[in-house]
Design a protein around this ligand. Sequence first.
Ligand SMILES: *[C@@H]1O[C@H](CO)[C@@H](O)[C@H](O)[C@H]1NC(C)=O
Ligand SMILES: *[C@@H]1O[C@H](CO)[C@@H](O)[C@H](O)[C@H]1NC(C)=O
Ligand SMILES: *[C@@H]1O[C@H](CO)[C@@H](O)[C@H](O)[C@H]1NC(C)=O
Ligand SMILES: *[C@@H]1O[C@H](CO)[C@@H](O)[C@H](O)[C@H]1NC(C)=O
Ligand SMILES: *[C@@H]1O[C@H](CO)[C@@H](O)[C@H](O)[C@H]1NC(C)=O
Length: 597
Amino acid sequence: MANSLKERNILWILVTVFYFLPNMSSGQIVYSVLEEASPETTVGNIVKDLNLNLQELENRGFQIASGPNKRYFDVNMKTGILQIKDKVEREELCGRSLRCTLELEAIVNMPLNMYRFEVNVLDINDNSPTFHSSSLQLNVSEAAFIGERYALPNAFDADVGSNSVKSYKLSPNEHFSLDVQSGGEQSVSAELVLQKALDREKQPVIQLTLTAVDGGKPPRSGEINIIVNIIDVNDNIPVFTKSLYKARIPENASTGTSVITVNARDADVGLNGEIAYSFIKHVNNDRNIESFAINKISGEITVHGKLDHESNNAIEIRVQARDKGSTPRVAHCKVLVEILDVNDNIPEISVTSLVNVVKEGSPKGTMVGLITVKDDDSGENGSVKLKITEPLPFLLQNTYKNKYSLVVDGPLDRESQSEYNVTITATDEGTPPLSSTSVITVHVSDVNDNAPRFPEPVINVYVKENSQIGAVIHTVSAFDPDVGDNARITYSLLESSKSGPVTSMININSDSGDINSLQSFNYEDTKTFEFKVQATDSGVPPLSSNVTVNVFFLSLISLIPVALLRCNGSPGCFDSGLQVICIVGSGVSHLPLDNTP
Ligand SMILES: *[C@@H]1O[C@H](CO)[C@@H](O)[C@H](O)[C@H]1NC(C)=O
Ligand SMILES: *[C@@H]1O[C@H](CO)[C@@H](O)[C@H](O)[C@H]1NC(C)=O
Ligand SMILES: *[C@@H]1O[C@H](CO)[C@@H](O)[C@H](O)[C@H]1NC(C)=O
Ligand SMILES: *[C@@H]1O[C@H](CO)[C@@H](O)[C@H](O)[C@H]1NC(C)=O
Ligand SMILES: *[C@@H]1O[C@H](CO)[C@@H](O)[C@H](O)[C@H]1NC(C)=O
């Protein structure tokens, strides 16, 4: 302090001498001296003031009485001047008290006398205001209201009176002003007053400098850095990077496959800025959302269940981001997930209507069945081609979209094939394609397209003369390849013009074809006769055919046993001269001579 004074090279001393009372010996002499005055600085002419004779001083042993303050002062015996011997630090002696008075006594002998005098040590501005630390941290909520006040620390100045702290100044800033309150000389304090709303997100820390200035001339000052930390308030809503996210995923994506990652940011810090993601569930879309999961920290959406393009080709998910502030703030976004088709559906063939039975001989184009094919996949994966696997007299006609008719495309003959197994294959155009087959059994129904047929056009019958009346002389049999009524044959006799009426001679069983004789024939009267038998089926209309039957009578007498010669000794065989006749039971068969073994 003293040094700085010296440096300035301004040493001005004010000496004021007060004379209060006339009785000098009672020590009413008061001097004033500035603290820090250098040694030999004159305090006052004490000898003169005590009315002493300068010449007597040494003889009378003038001195300052010993005491705590003696060390500071000295009397020049030649001049009688009281001067500084040792620097007086006012602050050391008197601290903060406004008055700093040193009481001293001077003594002379012959006669012994004691004089009291006082030296007022006057303060000089040798101390700057100081703060107890170089910086101060202040926490202020960003939600603080304008006008809110924050107490600031006082600066300390060891000087007193006008040399002590007189005012404060604040560095220029846009948010705070300073309110300085003065409660008398010794107590000047300051408060920060918020002038403009704070926003931690714009400026998280405000650096201020508070300067304390004392009232000295020139004034001295001291500073403190005020670091205002703006404390976060949950005043920011999370913000998604997009309001609508779009993703595409194949329907066969397995659980855990990443779909998309949503991202929201919150400008606040700490829990106020920490985000948790979740799905917003509404009753109507709950089930779709169950196929997905969201990581609440990362915002990654993954597949969590089965997806099906066919039942749902796009799913809308609503996601919320919620911060963890004590009153959380929430933001929403939408995620549209397109479920892409995969060729996972096999074409399905269904026979919507089947005639099942088609008449043989039906013309080309006759419809046999209606077929619908279905493939739930989309695009080429669901586009189906239908075809008959093997070449058959049938054809598939595409009638409308996925509807086909199975129609006749060739001759159908029940007698050669009465049933067709039509194998139909449906194949989609996916890569790789999927296919399925279906077998349709088509029955070909009978049409009366065949007449009964006799094995031979002419039948020769040999009958022994005088055979029994009613005996079956022959049984005719025709075959009809049709079925049912179309093959049910009845036999009837047709008159032959050559032989006249035969109905008196023979009779035919219409069902069995048995021909009975109605009379006994005599070889001598009738050698042969002829008739026709007609076989008629029961179809609508009926078809028929006929056979000619020649009956030959054999004379028993003329039957020469030639068995030994021609019949290898068979006892029932005879040679009629034309043929060998063998009689077996009541029937007769014949062998032409040429064929005789
Ligand atoms: C300011 O807040 C921080 C935490 O935000 C805390 O550690 C510090 O102690 C606070 N300081 C004061 C002076 O309140
Ligand atoms: C999904 O289907 C595609 C095409 O059929 C196939 O290549 C892929 O391996 C399948 N993925 C899964 C997970 O099954
Ligand atoms: C059909 O499925 C395949 C995979 O099997 C897929 O790559 C393709 O995109 C699908 N086509 C359509 C039109 O969806
Ligand atoms: C058609 O299929 C059925 C059953 O598989 C079989 O019994 C029948 O013999 C088949 N018919 C033809 C003409 O192949
Ligand atoms: C008998 O059949 C022949 C040929 O099969 C035919 O020409 C003839 O008209 C038929 N006779 C009668 C009476 O139906």
